[in-house]
Design a protein. Structure first.
Lengths: 112, 111
């Protein structure tokens, strides 16, 4: 069964550093998303991406965040200057069209 | 966006059928009902989606009454591995729709 993959599984970084979280969505999917979940809290939407551009972004997704689909398979989330409050699980999801979104296993980001 | 209400937690014994009900009084005509499952430190996993009546797959059944103001996720013969948080979401099933997760229902299966 095809699945969404994410790397790395755990990223530790110093405050102010840049991080790039990587995702490989399911190959025939068209819509891509990033969500995050701070420990013990709800899953929160960050951004949706379709046809090589951002479709919607949340208030969390400020100028420090960017997304890119550099080739036909990868989908990345970059945080330019990490803050302590960026520590969370980051989930990538992809969707074919109608139907559900399929989530990856997540990247645990720890900002020290 | 239709608001959903579901129990905060439920306990059940292994081998039982578990039914989790979700209220969505303001569901719109174009909205579908989707359930996700999440284990600790993992991403949400799509379980089932429906519009009306009954939908069944290899994992669960989804019952939706005619007025669509509620829905019930039914898990047959649960095992310890079904211990997870279950989320009910309501929205348009077209692509490019962000998901808004609530706190979900924390289901604990007791041996």
């Amino acid at each position: 069964e095809p699945e969404v993959t994410q790397t790395p599984s755990h990223q530790v970084t110093q405050m102010g550093q840049e991080v790039i979280l990587r995702c490989v969505p399911i190959s025939n999917h068209l819509y891509f998303y990033w969500y995050r979940q701070i420990l013990g809290q709800k899953v929160e939407f960050l951004v949706s991406f379709y046809n090589n551009e951002i479709s919607e972004k949340s208030e969390i997704f400020d100028d420090q965040f960017s997304v890119e689909r550099p080739d036909g398979s990868n989908f990345t989330l970059k945080i330019r200057s990490t803050k302590l409050e960026d520590s969370a699980m980051y989930f990538c999801a992809s969707q074919a069209g109608g139907g559900g979104q399929f989530f990856g296993p997540g990247t645990r980001l720890t900002v020290l | 966006l239709a608001k959903t209400t579901q129990p905060i937690s439920m306990d059940s014994y292994e081998g039982q059928e578990v039914n989790i009900t979700c209220s969505h009084n303001n569901i719109a005509t174009n909205d579908y009902i989707t359930w996700y499952q999440q284990f600790p430190s993992q991403g949400p996993r799509f379980i089932i989606q429906g519009y009306k009546t009954k939908v069944t797959n290899e994992v669960a059944s989804l019952f939706i009454p005619a007025d669509r103001k509620s829905s019930t996720l039914s898990l047959p013969r649960v095992s310890l591995s079904d211990t997870a948080v279950y989320y009910c979401l309501v929205g348009d099933r077209r692509g490019n729709e962000k998901l808004t997760f609530g706190t979900g229902t924390r289901l604990t299966i007791i041996p």
